[in-house]
Design a protein around this ligand. Sequence first.
Ligand SMILES: Cc1cc2nc3c(=O)[nH]c(=O)nc-3n(C[C@H](O)[C@H](O)[C@H](O)COP(=O)(O)OP(=O)(O)OC[C@H]3O[C@@H](n4cnc5c(N)ncnc54)[C@H](O)[C@@H]3O)c2cc1C
Ligand SMILES: NC(=O)c1ccc[n+]([C@@H]2O[C@H](COP(=O)([O-])OP(=O)(O)OC[C@H]3O[C@@H](n4cnc5c(N)ncnc54)[C@H](O)[C@@H]3O)[C@@H](O)[C@H]2O)c1
Length: 473
Amino acid sequence: MTKQLNVDVAIIGAGTGGMYALREVRRSKQSFVLIDSGPLGTTCARVGCMPSKVALHIAEYWNAQKEFERYGISGAEHLRLDGAVAWQALREQRDRFAGGAANNAIKAAGEHLLMGRARFLEPTLLEVESESGIQKVKAKSVIIAAGSRPVMPGFLQPFAEHCITTDEFFEMQELPQSIGILGLGAIGLEMGLALARLGVEVHGADMAETVGGISDPEVSKVALAEFAKEMQLYLGAPAELAKADTGVLLKAGGKQVQVDKVLVALGRRPNTDQLNLAEAGFELDERGNPLFNPNTLQVGDHPVFIVGDSNAYRPLMHEAADEGAMAGYNSAQETPLAFKRKTSLAIAFTNPDVISVGARFDELNQDDILIGTASSQANGRSRVISDREGVLRLYANKHSGKLLGASMVGVRAEHVAQLLALAIERGETAHSLLQLAFYHPVVEEIVQAAAQDIARKIPEASGLPFGLVLADA
Ligand SMILES: Cc1cc2nc3c(=O)[nH]c(=O)nc-3n(C[C@H](O)[C@H](O)[C@H](O)COP(=O)(O)OP(=O)(O)OC[C@H]3O[C@@H](n4cnc5c(N)ncnc54)[C@H](O)[C@@H]3O)c2cc1C
Ligand SMILES: NC(=O)c1ccc[n+]([C@@H]2O[C@H](COP(=O)([O-])OP(=O)(O)OC[C@H]3O[C@@H](n4cnc5c(N)ncnc54)[C@H](O)[C@@H]3O)[C@@H](O)[C@H]2O)c1
């Protein structure tokens, strides 16, 4: 007879979302089971955020030699890069991150960790297939934190031997001489640039007319000009592959090129299609994802919650963490609470980085906003670090000056993104933000310049100089 386990909460997935959910479930002293099909270690640490940043870091080191001659440093021609050793070092660092995350799961769940693949039979009844057989789990509530996987469209099947995704990318035993990148979202752009900086010939294709999902045309223009210096860009047409004598042909927009390998970075799809949701009685949208509330994370009116990449709402690590905590907390409530979502924030670590904070350009009514613009080349610190071009476009309400969002490509824009996320979250205006002291020379002074550009267009009633207020009497 099939064994049945009865718990308060069943969590499907021990990734970032699942682990943050577990923290709240344990805090509320509910009984639980944490189910994972393995490998443990989280997507972020195993094949995502962390190994990709190590790759970019190695590439930065190697690429720094391009500046040597200008500063009188000679002998760079004697340097050589062993790509196999570089990727091995990457894996060692990755293993420390992923090992730490896996240990956290094992320690936090203890004997309540069930290694196996879960699917729904009913909204609160699961079937888990593990090495020791099939087991049923009956829970008062279920948290779906099953993550996502890379999209691999059918038209790539005939070329499977040449195609890799980020699941295989960090396992490469040597770097290819040339690579095609299909899709120039955050993954394609970051990994394409890392390889280009390591000396690989990179050809990147995207059917959009931009890269990194940039919607502001001015930022896009600067980003395209910068990234085209490092990789061939094929934009605005769907890409195809065709057979070649060696490697594979990448075809896009009437052009074609032979490459050794292709990194498929066409997005990620939630793993919800493997959970038997429709049959178990969940209502699904046209893409097969369950309908849920992004403030409570509740699925329909079931005692079921969905978090992280599984719900495809904001597929980023910090969002998976927040959503996990919301769902874990709500699993103990009679009526789930609706949480305020934080200012949206995205950073591609592409140096110059591509960032988006708060409202996107294409979400705003152009008649209602003022745009403050500032250039990296007018920012002292950015110029010292690099001669790369960059631009910040800061969006504000045209009457109140309240900051609404920003888009930027620029050197160390990751720091600008964090500062602006705080400013927007706190409801700052261009004028109030200027009351902050900006040290010189820091990259963040670009925010001051863009805020001044807005403040100039909305004179303050006090008539005082920008950013200054009178001392208390
Ligand atoms: C190359 C790359 C770079 C990235 N860089 C960044 C970055 O810089 N910053 C950022 O914020 N985000 C980044 N991301 C995105 C980030 O990694 C994800 O948003 C985040 O890891 C999602 O966490 P999660 O908890 O939803 O899923 P996961 O960590 O994937 O956890 C899902 C878990 O569910 C388990 N599972 C799946 N199906 C079942 C089942 N049926 N039964 C039992 N268990 C199951 C899996 O084994 C897995 O352990 C990157 C992603 C990639 C691929
Ligand atoms: N630094 C970061 O925060 C970071 C880094 C990497 C990944 N991530 C996250 O990981 C997830 C997956 O990233 P991703 O870059 O794979 O997905 P994505 O959805 O961001 O980008 C996919 C790209 O593929 C293009 N595309 C789709 N079909 C195509 C086709 N047939 N031909 C040509 N182009 C096509 C799209 O236009 C898009 O630009 C995202 O949610 C992303 O936010 C974040």
